[in-house]
Design a protein. Structure first.
Length: 52
């Protein structure tokens, strides 16, 4: 049930503009420190280019 809810939520979020951004962001975040990632990382030019 939880997996289905996550899948539906991600699908709906990916449908918003810009399409696919939620999945890319989640994939990137899953590779980073599980104890916390500075918000500034997601605002960096390198990450912003990756997420385009």
């Amino acid at each position: 049930m939880v997996t289905a809810t996550w899948a539906m939520s991600l699908e709906l979020a990916d449908a918003l503009h810009p399409k696919g951004l939620a999945s890319l962001t989640l994939q990137l975040a899953s590779q980073l420190d599980p104890h916390g990632v500075p918000e500034s990382l997601f605002l960096s030019n390198t990450v912003r280019r990756y997420l385009r």
